[in-house]
Design a protein around this ligand. Structure first.
Ligand SMILES: [Zn+2]
Length: 290
């Protein structure tokens, strides 16, 4: 499983340099005082602000893949100018959570909406595919990237992007995944369990893509994810902790496998269920809160 390079680099840096950076920070603080004393022509306040801004960039939150992500989302939110109706509703706080956003039925075309409504969203790169093509002017390399996002609590999205450079293409794939986010239904559909918490699928679902057919069945608590590798990552992101999985077809093609799994997850919501069953299986849609 390949993980996002950009994020990994940052995490590695943050981990390795933690101690060193703390010392750096102390030194820098002394530096600021020194510089502020020395320079008289530049207004003191401005000089200090500038240096403090630089210092802030240096200090990374310890151990923080999530912190890094949150900061990036916050930075982006500061300069965000919504272009869609749903975006404006989110900015004006008319819509304050994902459930409401999806219930509006409006198209989700701005990833910032998801950043705001699901701040704890995690992302993961499922597949990096290098596509080489010969042209008149030589070899052309492009990357096709598949990414999944999820809040581990009922919301999950799958996205793809193609591009010349890995880093920006990963970010694009993650943004696409955010714009494809869906709320899934979970429950305790296993007759062996009956615990009544939404830890598994509420009923059996199928998903198809290309040659691949993915089927998931409710499993009792403690079975964990008895499913394929790609499916495991996607179900975890969606907040399902126990399931049986069966697949047929070429599961080596990660992209189609991922799409089939995502399709099956969508079926949890699109399948009609009677109210009686809904109550019996303790079905919940979207997040339950942790
Ligand atoms: Zn159960």
């Amino acid at each position: 499983m390949k993980t996002s390079k950009v994020i990994d680099d940052d995490k590695a840096d943050a981990g390795e340099n933690e101690d060193v950076e703390e010392e750096d920070v102390k030194d820098d603080k002394e530096d600021i005082d020194k510089v502020v004393e020395e320079t008289e022509d530049v207004p003191e306040g401005i000089k200090r602000k500038r240096l403090e801004a630089e210092l802030k960039k240096k200090v990374r939150a310890p151990g923080g893949q999530v912190d890094f992500r949150k900061r990036r989302a916050m930075e982006r939110f500061d300069i965000w100018e919504p272009r869609t109706r749903l975006g404006m509703m989110v900015r004006d706080k008319e819509v304050t959570n994902m459930r409401e956003a999806l219930a509006t039925g409006l198209a989700l075309r701005e990833p910032e909406i998801v950043d705001v409504l699901l701040p704890d969203l995690e992302d993961e790169v499922l597949d990096v595919n290098m596509v080489q093509r010969m042209t008149d002017s030589g070899r052309r390399v492009r990357f096709a990237i598949t990414a999944v996002v999820g809040n581990m609590d009922g919301y999950v999205g799958l996205g793809q992007a193609k591009g010349k450079e890995v880093g920006p293409t990963i970010r694009k794939a993650i943004d696409n995944a955010k714009m494809n986010i869906i709320g899934i239904k979970r429950g305790c559909g296993s007759w062996e369990c009956g615990c009544g918490t939404p830890h598994s699928f509420p009923f059996k679902v199928n998903g198809k893509c290309g040659s691949i057919m993915a089927q998931f069945k409710p499993a009792p608590r403690g079975i964990e994810l008895a499913v394929g590798d790609v499916a495991k990552h996607i179900l975890k992101m969606a907040g399902i902790s126990d399931a049986w999985g069966f697949t047929t077809g070429k599961t080596r093609t990660t992209v189609n496998y991922a799409k089939a799994v995502f399709h099956a997850l969508g079926k949890t919501s699109s399948t009609r269920v009677s109210e009686v069953q809904e109550e019996k299986l303790n079905i919940v849609k979207g997040d339950v809160g942790k």
